[in-house]
Design a protein around this ligand. Structure first.
Ligand SMILES: Nc1ncnc2c1ncn2[C@@H]1O[C@H](COP(=O)(O)OP(=O)(O)OP(=O)(O)O)[C@@H](O)[C@H]1O
Length: 210
């Protein structure tokens, strides 16, 4: 299996954000997407996930016949916790929506939220919300993880947990693309620097959409 992005050009609000971005990540691989604020890291992840349609270019998963977006798991930087649902219900909702079969309590225990299962989502701290998002990755296994600032709000133990989850995922043949401002500690990760790409130099031009 291989995730391949080819010659992606993406505009937002009439402005070119990405121009001609391409890369490939094979099973077991990891790609860190870096670049300054506004470089287009989140835009790239959302385009890979099929949430933004590129102006041109393509995203495909080689060696897999399923619809690409069915094989991807996007962990956005907003953690999408429903305030009125319990932690366990939040996870159940996400798992079922993603078609997963993971055991909820086991996943919550794994990310250190086991004792909080019956609390409403509203009371979770920022780091706990992030840990709940990590539990979604466990409960609904998908081979391609798209992680937007995955270490945001995580304490040192949480960052090690993330590193372990990613290492286990890659060892099982999964792959990871992560947008980040931090050193992630993912072994042998490749880097895509959007600050250095052609996109950046052309990014400042205000484009009028046809
Ligand atoms: N919904 C939108 N409508 C119009 N422009 C947008 C929209 N979302 C993002 N943009 C613009 O697209 C550009 C890239 O934004 P994006 O969020 O992808 O950057 P980023 O590299 O993830 O930034 P950061 O490091 O700050 O998270 C920015 O100039 C931003 O203003």
């Amino acid at each position: 299996m291989k995730l391949v992005a080819e010659d992606l050009t993406v505009s937002r609000g009439g402005r070119l954000v990405l121009v001609g971005v391409g890369f490939a990540v094979a099973a077991g691989g990891a790609l860190a997407v870096v670049g300054p604020n506004g470089a287009g890291k989140s835009t790239l992840l959302r385009t890979l996930a099929g949430l933004i349609t590129p102006d041109s270019g393509s995203v495909r998963i080689e060696g897999d016949d399923d619809e690409p977006r069915e094989r991807m798991h996007l962990l956005g930087h907003l953690d999408a916790v429903k305030a009125g649902l319990t932690v366990e219900r939040n996870l159940r909702f996400a798992r079922d929506a993603l078609g997963g079969e993971g055991v909820l309590q086991a996943a919550l225990d794994h990310v250190g939220l086991g004792a909080l299962a019956e609390l409403p989502g509203a009371v979770l701290s920022a780091g706990q919300r992030r840990r709940l998002a990590l539990a979604r990755l466990i409960c609904a296994p998908r081979p391609v993880w798209l992680l937007d600032e995955p270490t945001a709000a995580l304490d040192a133990a949480g960052q090690r947990l993330l590193e372990r989850l990613v290492a286990e995922h890659r060892a099982k043949g999964g792959l990871v693309v992560a947008a980040t401002h931090m050193e992630l500690g993912f072994e042998d990760a490749e880097t895509l620097d959007l600050g250095k790409s052609a996109a950046r130099s052309r990014n400042s031009a205000l484009m009028s959409r046809p």
